[in-house]
Design a protein around this ligand. Structure first.
Ligand SMILES: Nc1ncnc2c1ncn2[C@@H]1O[C@H](COP(=O)(O)O)[C@@H](OP(=O)(O)O)[C@H]1O
Ligand SMILES: [Mg+2]
Ligand SMILES: [Mg+2]
Ligand SMILES: [Mg+2]
Length: 364
């Protein structure tokens, strides 16, 4: 495996993805501190905020400038921002989008500079409507993953991944509220009252297929000093720290507790929102990520997993669904053939799957 310190890691796709995520996170952080979040409810009753719309517009603008022929699968759509009804939110988002730039003008130039108008911004947001699939170059964007966490001051992540023919090749996760240091231990408090205080918090996790995974401070603008990250060696699964969602409706906490018990795990789970869970285990702050289906009819979305899947695998871990199958990103906007996610160090993954099957099988 080539080292992440090879010059190659700064190839254009990864570089643009890192800068685009950095810029989008400047916008989300400003919403976190300075604005009413402008929350709307989507048709599935989940929330979306001005931060989600703004971050998606900025990321797509950077992708369109650099890779105009690539397709984009993004979570949000501009429908609720159009027309008279959408005017107020549209103007708020537009003010944010036009004011947000990277400090470094050279890097801002790589991203193509500002968006031209409010209408152009709406069209950019709607460029994320690709149906996805297993052919060609497709970017997956979750502008704010963990919107509920973002709203309650918990963890959230700005997520971007490039898939080629359905395989994730580049993944970037910007986590403004996670500690920069990879050696900071995971504590229960990490998912609550999170802070993005400059200097201590705000980390980017990234990976390129075959080149390992790394982290760097989110606010780095020029000399990207990167640290290679790796899953923590775990000899005995009973010693594991496991992560799960804060939202009980997203992952069954009762099932997770029963699985942990079966594995002999005694430490309480660390609950946090978003793909910050993938980043945290990839850097060895935790060991396992369990996402256990609550509703039989819920289908996971590709943007909730693409970047995290690659980052954990490149850090030496294994990511599958609850049956032990790899996540299949070739099937459109959703992971319709997978249920749940089990992410663990390679040497214990099959033990975890066995416990998952016993616990979930016993319920049927
Ligand atoms: N019933 C459900 N089961 C599993 N995931 C769900 C869900 N309802 C919503 N989600 C997804 O869970 C994501 C957050 O994951 P987590 O619980 O790990 O923080 C949400 O992402 P968004 O916040 O981007 O909408 C959303 O896509
Ligand atoms: Mg959402
Ligand atoms: Mg999400
Ligand atoms: Mg989201």
């Amino acid at each position: 495996m080539a080292s992440v310190k090879d010059r190659q890691y700064l190839d254009h796709e990864l570089h643009v993805a890192l800068l685009a995520v950095q810029r989008a996170a400047i916008l989300t952080k400003s919403v976190f501190h300075n604005h009413a979040k402008g929350t709307l409810n989507k048709s599935d009753a989940s929330p979306v905020t001005i931060g989600d719309f703004g971050a998606q517009a900025l990321i797509i603008s950077a992708l369109q400038h650099n890779f105009p022929d690539d397709e984009i699968v993004a979570e949000e759509e501009a429908k609720d921002l159009r027309g008279d009804k959408g005017q107020e939110v549209r103007e708020t988002v537009w003010n944010l989008v036009r004011q947000t730039q990277l400090e470094n003008v050279e890097y801002e130039g790589i991203l193509g500079g500002s968006v031209k108008s409010a209408d152009a911004m709406l069209d950019l947001i709607d460029k994320g409507d690709s149906q996805g699939g297993g052919k060609g170059r497709i970017w997956a964007i979750d502008p704010i993953d963990g919107t509920k966490g973002f709203l309650r001051g918990g963890q959230y992540a700005v997520c971007l991944a490039l898939m080629i023919d359905g395989d994730v090749k580049v993944g970037v996760l910007g986590c403004p509220n996670l500690p920069i240091s990879d050696s900071e231990p995971l504590t229960e408090g990490i998912g609550k009252d999170a802070s993005d205080e400059e200097g201590k918090f705000g980390v980017v996790f990234a990976a390129k297929e075959g080149h390992g995974a790394f982290s760097c401070p989110l606010n780095k603008r020029g000399d990207l000093k990167v640290d290679e990250i790796n899953m923590k060696p775990l000899e005995n699964v009973a010693d594991a720290t496991f992560c799960e969602s804060v939202e009980a409706g997203h992952s069954s906490q009762g099932d997770a507790a029963a699985i942990a018990k079966k594995l002999g795990i005694t430490k309480p789970s660390v609950r946090m929102d978003s793909q910050a869970k993938y980043g945290s285990i990839a850097r060895g702050a935790g060991d396992l990520y369990l996402r256990l289906p609550v509703r039989a009819d819920y289908v996971e979305k590709i943007w909730d997993h693409a970047a995290g899947d690659l980052i954990v695998r490149e850090a030496g871990g294994m990511v599958t669904d609850i049956e032990g199958n790899r996540l299949n990103f070739k099937l459109g906007r959703t992971l319709k053939e997978n249920k749940g996610v089990i992410s663990a160090p390679k040497n214990v993954h099959s033990k975890v799957i066995e416990a998952v099957k016993e616990v979930l099988g016993a319920k049927q």
